[in-house]
Ligand binder design. Structure first.
Ligand SMILES: [Cu+2]
Length: 343
């Protein structure tokens, strides 16, 4: 199993070098962002001179990550773990406090193009190619009030959402079948429940919504989206093994906010330890049974029950009961805030 998944990686790298993409050996990246009704494109990570790079609020991934993702030995690196070492992007997108920012990702390879279970991905755009692992969202304030020049390695990161595995749900039959042919077969195995955040993300068209907390103070922030793939488990003899973090950073300006400042967060290099259960998780041995969401506590703390962000509205996997639960929580948070404001 491990050998197979490694082969698939070499295969992907080979394909990329054959197609002569300069620079990064990427597995995928942020394609674009929808915020306050405005869609903004991500950068062209393969060609620095593309004029698109002058118009983006998304930092260029893979600028420092050796193998196009961050491996456990680099989990202590404040720069790689913040935004994969990327410098500031030239623009900022505007997002209202309390709204969703939709972050769309795209695979670098077409392995899952048009395959069952991959959601409503626009034609010509590759779905994300892995389905086992976490999807998380963090936020940090650009303390210089200018995210275009902010050094993200200094960021104080606060965890907004983390979807590890939900054992009350499972992957769609379509995506399970699709992943069988990858060959990165989906675990938990058939008959065992367990929906990884990443499977949910692929089913939602490789798109994930990030909630900007209601009442958050206006200002400049970076949203850090982290996709944590566990298909190539760590082993002591192989320094290319272990949980792979794909990290994309979106520079936003929050408007219509309130009085709530972010709590003190963590440096990116101290979110997960190099030898943590997350870094060394073996999905093929554990079959999803004992996985625990990694990293610091969620904020706001009342969102503990809500480990996930809503998937794309357009997607059929959206569960209306979950959305209701979410808005109920949001309302509760609002109430809690106003109580705090009075106190
Ligand atoms: Cu990959």
């Amino acid at each position: 199993m491990v050998t197979f998944s490694k082969l698939s990686h070499f295969g992907a790298l080979l394909l990329l070098s054959i197609s002569a993409l300069p620079g990064a050996r990427a597995h995928g990246q942020i394609k674009g962002v929808l915020a306050n009704g405005v869609y903004s494109n991500g950068p062209n990570i393969y060609w620095d001179a593309d004029p698109a790079n002058e118009q983006t609020a998304v930092r260029k991934m893979y600028q420092a990550a050796g193998p196009s993702y961050v491996l456990p030995q680099d989990f202590v690196d404040n720069s790689k773990m913040a935004c994969e070492g990327a410098a500031g992007a030239p623009k900022t997108v505007t997002a209202s406090a309390g709204s969703f920012v939709r972050v769309d990702w795209v695979g670098a390879t077409g392995e899952l193009d048009g395959k069952p279970g991959t959601g409503n991905v626009p034609p010509g755009q590759n779905p994300w190619v892995h389905a086992m692992g976490t999807v998380a969202s963090y936020i940090a304030k650009c303390t210089n009030d200018d995210c275009t020049t902010y050094d993200a390695s200094q960021g104080s990161w606060v965890k907004l959402a983390m979807f590890g595995i939900d054992r009350t749900e499972t992957i769609s039959d379509g995506l399970r079948e699709t992943m069988k042919n990858k060959p990165e077969e989906y675990y938990p195995t058939p008959g065992t429940s367990g929906l990884w955040g990443m499977a949910r993300f692929v089913q939602a068209g490789s798109s994930w919504n990030v909630t900007i907390p209601e009442g958050l103070a206006n200002g400049h922030y970076i949203i850090r989206q982290e996709v944590g793939a566990v298909h190539n488990p760590w082993n002591a003899q192989d320094d290319s093994s272990g949980t792979q973090l794909y990290i994309g950073c979106v520079q936003i300006e929050v408007i219509n906010g309130g009085n709530t400042e972010l709590p003190k967060g963590a440096k990116a290099g101290s979110l997960y330890a190099t030898d943590s259960a997350f870094a060394r998780y073996n999905v093929y041995e554990d079959n999803g049974k004992t996985f625990v969401d990694p990293g610091p506590a969620l904020w706001p703390s009342s969102s503990n029950a809500k480990r996930e962000e809503h998937s794309s509205v357009s997607s059929s996997v959206n569960d209306p009961t979950k959305c209701n639960a979410g808005s109920k929580l949001k309302r509760m948070r609002k109430v809690k805030r106003s109580v705090q404001a009075i106190a």
